[in-house]
Ligand binder design. Structure first.
Ligand code: ATP
Ligand code: K
Ligand code: MG
Length: 698
């Protein structure tokens, strides 16, 4: 094996890829937020909005009926109950409004990037200045240093460094270039150097940032299947309690003490699961919001929940585990082939290869082998074959009948054999050596008149992002298996997999293989997360339960996934999983608390309510509440205040600890179940002591 060039220096990896733990400061929560969001909470009183939350809708109807009843039979007790019933509804709306309000602040910052600019649209080679709002999909625009990119698109010409801090909050510039997996640019970001031509892929107003705004504002939020199921359960409980309260009345009538409507309504509101009914949606919104703080944008609440239960993580190699700027660093001719002949073939095969790999090959050949500077235009009759992830090859068919190809060694060998190559290839050793150090070998071959020959190998080098091994170990501790999937050959895959510390790898994977792997895992009951950046990852990103596209990814990949990591850090999944788990635990804890709470209220107030009718119940009245009216009013007040008291928990989430699920469950049932049973007794008693001081109540 001969080695000609190992001195080519690697381009410095982009800082954008470094897995830094970028977090935005969490929004603070205090009484001021509550007051500021009161108007928004009041707007939500519209019954058409309320009906989406059946439990709180029942409370609103109850409050309205009580109001009418109290107008007819005015009493201090009546007006106090009516007031607190309306507070209950408003507090629930406040929880949601506060959660949404935090997103609005994010949205305002983002909206600043969507301002109108003058775009330099190309028609043919002529430049026209048009307002960015008039751009259409498919338009090509020129953007130069210092200018704003007018809308989302793909770079089709040139390389530039771009300042994306407006959306990522990260000030280090990123490289965007045509051809590869780093071609996508976002409207509202600024070109810092050079000149690029961008082909618009989204109409202004429906681009990435616009979708981000809709997401963080909650406008695009839909209830997840879990939330819908829980809502159905809560609605059913509400009906059960409604029946229970209604059937109380015949007993009361029988004993000559028919209860006023307002008392029955108050009792009903106390018994139905208002706590979780009020906080359910803010828990979901807060989960999304916590992701934004970690620089992750989720487009589906369902994905956030699924993240909490993920047990397999698939990762693309190039651009995800490695930096993704694979550069050609050396050429190795096969035995009996001169370096000049190899270099010439390599150049011809790459003249029209617009991938970053292809361009780096041209740079290498020109810099190191001083070949005559050919351009694709100088070979008008040549037919260039672009790279595809399916063929794993690219090349050229020349007018003289020669067909040159370069590509993954296995694909190239198959092509060479098909094209008439005889004898064994002499590049095996080189392929093995390059692969063993984690590089990507590309084999080069030529075919003419039923004869084909393998000419040598190009070495592409790529660098692992730092800190991968420790973070994959952390994922392992969380019970998540990591699998690297790559289009690269098995030896390269093995070398990188070992260095990165993933549990398993799949090499020579086509986009279909990636998709199939995910479907198989899902059939086996696994919940699968996938991170990737390439257009060839898009089908897999779409199929995965949690599809996280790197921010550096192509538009297709970003579109297909249900999350985008603005930091392009594949190990961000650790945070995503923790946030998902926290969301599930918080919701479970609040549901447990809410139901335990309601049961306790039943036993706290029923004896007090009926003690004058059935003096025997006095024995059960362990709380010694001062009077039936005081008992009922206290329970209603407690029921409303507990919502306000738990808003911070619903926004912040229950503290997540990496415990086994069973231990976690036990812990939560204990704290929130038992807590939910005890707290009302104490709370209602204290409120009763205060309320009984009011003349006419006690
Ligand atoms: N420009 C190119 N011309 C010819 N062959 C290429 C070119 N770029 C890559 N290849 C070959 O095709 C294989 C698949 O490349 P691709 O970028 O699709 O990988 P992938 O499936 O995205 O996996 P990963 O990104 O994890 O490496 C590479 O391993 C390489 O052998
Ligand atoms: K309740
Ligand atoms: Mg890729």
């Amino acid at each position: 094996m001969s080695e000609y060039d190992v001195t080519t220096t690697l381009t410095r990896p982009e800082t954008e890829h470094l897995p830094h733990r970028h977090t935005r400061p969490p929004a603070t929560f205090g009484p001021r937020q509550l007051v500021r969001n009161l108007p928004a909470a009041a707007r939500k009183l519209d019954p058409r909005t309320m009906i989406k939350n059946p439990v709180m809708f029942v409370v609103e109807v109850g409050a309205a009926v009580s109001s009418a009843f109290t107008v007819a039979h005015s009493s201090l007790f009546g007006w106090l109950v009516v007031g607190w019933l309306w507070f209950t509804v408003i507090f629930a709306n406040l929880a949601e409004a506060v959660a949404e309000g935090r997103g609005k602040a994010q949205a305002d910052t983002l909206r600043a990037t969507t301002s109108e600019t003058l775009a330099r649209r190309l028609s043919g080679d002529v430049e026209q200045r048009v307002p960015s709002s008039e751009l259409k999909i498919g338009d090509r625009v020129v953007v130069e240093a210092g200018q704003l990119i007018p809308a989302d698109g793909d770079v089709v010409e040139g390389v530039a460094s771009v300042d994306e801090s407006a959306i990522t909050g990260e000030s280090a510039p990123v490289i965007r270039e045509s051809g590869g997996d780093r071609s996508a640019v976002t409207g509202g970001t600024t070109v810092l150097s050079d000149r690029i031509v961008v082909k618009i892929t989204a109409e202004p107003g429906s681009g990435f940032v616009d979708r981000m705004i809709a997401m963080v504002e909650g406008a695009a939020r839909q209830k997840t299947p879990n939330e819908i199921a829980l809502n159905i359960l809560l609605a059913s409980l509400t009906i059960v309690f409604l029946l229970a309260v209604v059937t109380l009345q015949p007993f009361a009538v029988y004993s000559g003490q028919a209860q006023p409507v307002i008392v029955l309504i108050a009792l009903l509101v106390c018994l139905i699961p208002t706590t979780i009914g009020a906080l359910l949606s803010s828990v979901g919104i807060a989960g999304m919001d916590r992701l934004v703080q970690h620089n992750v944008l989720a487009t589906s609440g369902r994905a956030v929940e699924a993240a909490g239960d993920v047990n397999t993580l698939l990762l693309d190699k190039t651009g995800t585990i490695t930096f993704g700027n694979r550069r050609a660093v050396a050429l190795y001719p096969a035995a009996g082939v001169s370096i000049e002949r190899l270099a010439d073939a390599v150049q011809l095969s790459s003249l029209a290869d617009e991938t970053p790999e292809g361009r780096s090959i041209i740079d290498l050949v020109r810099d190191r082998y001083a070949l005559p500077d050919r351009s694709a235009d100088a070979l008008p009759a040549a037919e260039f074959i672009g790279f595809s992830a399916q063929t794993r090859m690219s090349g050229v068919d020349l007018p003289d009948g020669r067909r040159i190809r370069k590509g993954a060694p296995s694909s190239l060998r198959a092509w060479a054999t098909e094209s008439g190559a005889t004898g064994t290839s002499t590049i095996g050793d080189t392929v093995a050596t390059v692969s063993a150090k984690g590089g990507t070998p590309l084999a080069v071959g030529v075919a003419q008149d039923n004869r084909a020959e393998v000419l040598g190998v190009i070495e592409l080098a790529d660098v692992l992002k730092p800190g991968m091994a420790e973070r994959f170990a952390e994922l392992r501790r969380m019970g998540i298996r990591t699998v690297m999937i790559t289009g690269d050959n098995p030896i390269t895959a093995k070398a990188i997999a070992e260095e990165a510390g993933v549990d398993d790898y799949l090499a020579e994977a086509t986009p279909e293989d990636k998709l199939e792997l995910i479907k198989n895992a899902q059939r086996g009951g696994q919940l699968v997360a996938m991170t990737g950046d390439g257009t060839n990852d898009a089908p897999a990103l779409a199929q995965a339960d949690v599809g996280v596209a790197m921010n550096t990814a192509t538009a297709a990949a970003k579109e297909a996934g249900n999350m985008v990591d603005l930091d392009s850090d594949p190990t961000k999944l650790i945070d995503i999983v923790a946030i998902g788990k926290q969301l599930l635990i918080t919701r479970g804890a609040l549901t447990t608390f809410s139901i335990a709470n309601d049961v306790a209220k039943y036993f706290a107030i029923i004896p007090a309510m009926f003690m004058t009718i059935y003096p025997g119940l006095q024995a059960l009245n362990i709380m010694r509440l001062s009077s039936p009216t005081s008992a009922i009013l206290s329970a209603v007040i407690f029921n409303a205040l507990i919502i306000i008291a738990l808003i911070p928990l619903s926004l912040r989430g229950v503290r997540y600890r990496p415990l086994a699920p069973a231990a976690m469950l036990r812990r939560n049932v204990l704290i929130f179940g038992v807590g939910g049973l005890i707290v009302p007794f104490i709370g209602i008693k204290i409120i009763d002591l205060l309320v009984s001081l009011i003349p006419g109540i006690g």
